[in-house]
Design a protein around this ligand. Structure first.
Ligand code: ATP
Ligand code: MG
Length: 355
């Protein structure tokens, strides 16, 4: 139980163009466990889709070894399975995309049934299977609609049903919500989460939005220029990011940068007086339960003015960020700051009042 279902060891992929070579993926090692919802984030060109094509068995890497569900599929630039084994393996992996890739001249039901064309099921069984899949994605009443009659969210539901037709163990989503509005995105993410739980489906989410990672992933890898620069549980990465790119991605998911920019424009922040200090606090887990700010008032008569606050629940653990101003005697402020720095709260002094 819980062993890796997708294991990538030192994967390297190089494309040879006429005049130059492109190292699209460089020495990437990843271990994805059964039941994970695994996020891979990175800017455009980072190598995410190329890496996915490797997992999906469509691209042979130049270097490294891939193991899918205990079978080595590629090693040292060569396929390690027979054609038939490879076809079977591919059926264990479903895929959904940004632009749905449905066939316009087929109904929802026919689009899904098409994925069963090589299956051993009888015609009746196939029909039954398609009905179950439509039910699973909440589209039973739209079975006979053509893609043009469906909304983006509904089209993606058809695509998800199609991807699940052969009961794959793994579902790969390459920017599958990028063409959808925020509300529809949430609905699709909720569906994916249900499928993960109900079917113990392993999901790989390729995205450039950290918000999506925060909403449904349990682990995340960050890619930059073909390399994997940071990897860990979503809770660890969000509460303690190490690389600057990871920090940038996280800021876009919390909105703290925007809040800070607005706060710094305020006159009372521009003209902070002596004995005032503008701070950013980050805390997770038990630190959120402690009435730390209350204690600062009791011990040093230092008051707190909260200008911004955000708490997320990640893997059942609260992770919070605040921007506050502390006010008090100059010496009390120094003591308060030293108390804070000795606590589990991560403190950044953004600005101190002029003397
Ligand atoms: N078949 C190919 N031939 C040549 N270069 C390629 C090929 N496929 C990808 N590349 C290059 O590899 C690099 C990584 O591309 P990839 O599509 O994996 O990025 P990505 O992270 O998925 O980006 P996006 O977020 O825009 O989808 C890019 O520089 C791209 O131009
Ligand atoms: Mg891509």
């Amino acid at each position: 139980m819980n062993e890796a279902i997708i294991q990538l060891d030192h994967i390297g992929i190089t494309f040879h163009q006429k005049k130059h070579t492109i190292e699209a993926v460089k020495d990437v090692s990843v271990s994805i466990k059964q039941g994970d919802v695994y996020g891979i984030v990175g800017y455009s060109g980072a190598g995410k889709s190329t890496l996915v094509r490797v997992i999906n068995l469509l691209q042979i890497p130049n270097e490294g070894k891939i193991t899918i569900d205990n079978d080595v599929t590629f090693e040292k630039g060569a396929v390690q399975l027979s054609n038939q084994e490879l076809r079977q393996k591919r059926r264990d992996i479903g895929m959904i995309f940004q632009h749905f890739n449905l066939m316009a001249q087929k109904t929802a039901r026919e689009n899904i049934a098409f994925a069963l064309r090589h299956s051993d099921l009888s015609a009746d069984q196939k029909n039954q299977k398609v009905s179950e899949l439509l039910e699973l994605v909440g589209l039973s009443d739209r079975a006979d609609n053509y893609p043009a009659q469906l909304s983006g969210g509904q089209k993606q539901r058809v695509a998800i049903a199609r991807a699940l037709a052969n009961d794959p163990k793994i579902l790969i989503s390459d920017e599958a919500t990028s063409a959808l509005d925020p509300k529809t995105t949430k609905q699709i993410l909720t569906l994916l989460q249900e499928l993960n739980r109900k079917l113990n489906l392993t999901i790989v989410m390729i995205t450039h939005e950290m918000q999506i990672v925060k909403d449904i992933c349990n682990r995340v890898a960050v890619m930059q220029d073909g390399s994997l620069i940071e990897e860990g549980s979503v809770l660890d990465i969000f509460s303690n990011p190490k690389e600057s790119l990871t920090k940038d991605f996280i800021k876009t998911a919390t909105g703290i940068d925007e809040a800070l920019a607005k706060i710094e424009e305020q006159d009372f922040v521009k003209n902070l007086s002596a004995g005032s200090v503008l701070l950013q606090l980050k805390y997770s887990g038990s630190a959120t339960d402690e009435p730390i700010l209350n204690d600062l008032y009791k011990k040093y008569q230092v008051t707190t003015n909260i200008l911004y606050g955000n708490i997320e629940i990640l893997e059942s653990t609260p992770v919070g960020e605040m921007i506050i101003i502390l006010d008090g005697e100059v010496s009390s402020i120094e003591q308060a700051l030293s108390d804070l720095k000795n606590s589990d709260v991560k403190v950044t002094v953004l600005k101190k009042g002029a003397k």
